[in-house]
Design a binder for this molecule. Structure first.
Ligand SMILES: O=c1[nH]c(=O)c2[nH]c(=O)[nH]c2[nH]1
Length: 292
C-alpha cells in the first residue's frame, strides 16, 4: 500500500482589515475580511517538516496589511488579484494562490465626514484564483435579505401519506440571497458590474410572479446572464424563509393572509447554477479543497 499527499493549500484565514482614506476632512472607510491560501510544491513540509518553501501564514497576513498601505485598496477584486499575483510571482515554489475577500458595508452618517453606521448583514464578496499567470474571478454577495408579500404561489406538488402542506395561490416569499457569479473577459468595471448584478437580482425577485422558489432562482440567474455579458455563470443559494399563516380560527377570527409566523428553522434550501452555453471555460474558478 502506498500513501501519498493529496491536494493541499494553506494560508491565513479571515484577516480583518479596516482602512481609512483621507480626502481632506472627509474620510472613506473600507472594512474587509481577507483570506489567503497558497498552493505549490509543499510536499517537504508535509512529509518531513522541512519548511524551506513555506511562506509563513504570518507573512501572508503581514503582506495584506502592507499592501493596504502601499497603494489604495481600491476594489476588492483588484486587491485580491494584486495579492495573488504577488504570492505566485515572488516565491518559486508557490504556483497558485486563492484570495477570498468579504467587504462589510458602512454608510456615512448623513452630514458627517468621518462617522459611519454599519449597513446590514449583507456582504460583497470575491474569490480570486491565480495559477501561474492565469487568474479567475468569482464575485458575489451574501445575505441579501428580500421578501415579497404577494406574487408567489406554490401548488401542484405530489401528495403522499406524509404531505400536510396546503397548496397556496398567495404566500409570502422571503429569502436571504447568496449569489456567486463567475466573470469572463477583460477590462471589467467591478463596482459597476456588482451594482448591476445586484440590481438585476433584486428586480427579478420583485417582478417575477413565482410558482416556486426554484423558478425564481432560475429567472434571477437568467436575467443576469441576459443583461451582463461579462458574467459567465451564476450560482445561487436561496433559503426559503417560511412565513406560515397563523391559525386564528380558535379565536373565531379569519386570517386573510395578514398574520404570519416567521419560522426560523427548518428552512427549505433551494440552490442552483445558471449557465450560458458559450461561456469561457471555468478553469480553476470554483476549485476548492474544502474537506469538511
Ligand atoms: O418554492 C418552494 N419550493 C419547494 O420546493 C417547496 N417545498 C415546500 O415545502 N415549500 C416550497 N416552496
Amino acid at each position: 500500500m502506498a500513501i501519498t499527499l493529496g491536494p493541499n493549500q494553506y494560508g491565513k484565514a479571515e484577516v480583518r482589515l479596516v482602512t481609512v482614506e483621507r480626502e481632506g476632512t472627509v474620510h472613506h472607510l473600507k472594512d474587509l475580511t481577507v483570506s489567503t491560501s497558497l498552493r505549490g510544491d509543499l510536499a517537504a513540509t508535509h512529509l518531513t517538516g522541512d519548511n524551506a518553501d513555506v511562506v509563513a501564514t504570518d507573512t501572508q497576513k503581514n503582506t495584506v496589511y502592507a499592501f493596504a498601505k502601499e497603494a489604495p485598496v481600491g476594489e476588492i477584486e483588484d486587491f485580491a488579484l494584486r495579492l495573488g499575483h504577488h504570492f505566485v510571482g515572488s516565491h518559486q515554489h508557490i504556483t497558485g494562490a486563492r484570495i477570498l475577500i468579504d467587504e462589510h458595508g458602512w454608510n456615512r452618517i448623513s452630514g458627517h465626514d468621518h462617522a459611519f453606521s454599519q449597513a446590514s448583514s449583507e456582504k460583497r464578496t470575491t474569490a480570486v484564483t491565480v495559477q501561474g499567470d492565469q487568474a479567475w474571478v468569482v464575485s458575489g454577495l451574501d445575505d441579501l435579505v428580500v421578501l415579497k408579500s404577494t406574487g408567489s404561489e406554490f401548488h401542484g406538488f405530489p401528495r403522499d401519506e406524509y404531505t400536510t402542506l396546503a397548496e397556496t395561490n398567495d404566500r409570502i416569499l422571503a429569502t436571504a440571497v447568496t449569489a456567486r457569479w463567475r466573470y469572463q473577459g477583460d477590462g471589467i468595471d467591478w463596482t459597476t458590474s456588482h451594482a448591476e448584478v445586484r440590481r438585476i437580482l433584486l428586480e427579478t425577485f420583485a417582478d417575477k410572479h413565482s410558482l416556486s422558489l426554484q423558478q425564481t432562482l432560475y429567472a434571477m440567474g437568467e436575467a443576469v446572464l441576459k443583461e451582463r455579458e461579462e458574467v459567465a455563470e451564476v450560482r445561487l443559494s436561496l433559503p426559503n424563509k417560511h412565513h406560515f399563516l397563523v391559525d386564528l380560527s380558535p379565536f373565531g377570527l379569519k386570517n386573510d393572509n395578514e398574520v404570519f409566523y416567521a419560522a426560523d428553522r427548518p428552512y427549505g434550501l433551494i440552490e442552483g447554477v445558471v449557465l450560458r452555453d458559450d461561456a469561457e471555460d471555468a478553469g480553476l474558478a470554483w476549485h476548492t479543497l474544502a474537506a469538511f
